[in-house]
Design a protein around this ligand. Structure first.
Ligand SMILES: [Zn+2]
Length: 145
């Protein structure tokens, strides 16, 4: 999903979140986490290329077409989201953490719907079991365009 779509969706979700929350910090955390969770794409790029991607087109090409690099996406995982939500409730973390969790969860669910992924691709355990290989991450035929 393109960054502008994440910005728009995150703004909408944050607007709804702000109906119940009176903390500007939590509202900001919700909005920003719904966008900047994508920084794990930068980490994948860095791990593959040993340099930081400052050019969006290069990063986009890397995410969609790079055949050799592995897909770790540490934050795009249901295990991470579950751990975040369980930690919030077990340790009764404040509303800022709930904002972060709402933003991240919304982002991953939207990516799940919008991106051409195999059904289990956003489970970190699945990616670990397939050796983080791209050929099992995207739907068959997607990378051959
Ligand atoms: Zn994403």
């Amino acid at each position: 999903m393109r960054p502008i779509n994440h910005v728009l969706i995150s703004a909408g979700v944050t607007a709804i979140f702000s109906v119940w929350v009176r903390s500007w910090t939590a509202i900001g955390a919700c909005f920003l986490s719904g966008i900047f969770i994508d920084l794990d794409h930068h980490l994948d790029y860095y791990l593959a290329k040993k340099k930081i991607p400052f050019n969006y087109k290069k990063l986009d090409h890397f995410c969609k077409k790079e055949r050799e690099a592995k897909i770790y996406l540490f934050l795009h995982s249901y295990e991470f989201l579950a751990l975040l939500w369980v930690t919030i409730f077990l340790f009764k973390l404040n509303v800022i953490w709930i904002g972060i969790a709402v933003g991240c969860t919304t982002h991953v669910l939207c990516d799940e719907v919008a991106n051409p992924l195999r059904p289990l691709s956003y489970f970190f355990t699945y990616r670990f079991l397939i050796g983080f290989k791209r050929e099992y991450f995207f739907k068959k035929g997607y990378r051959d365009e």
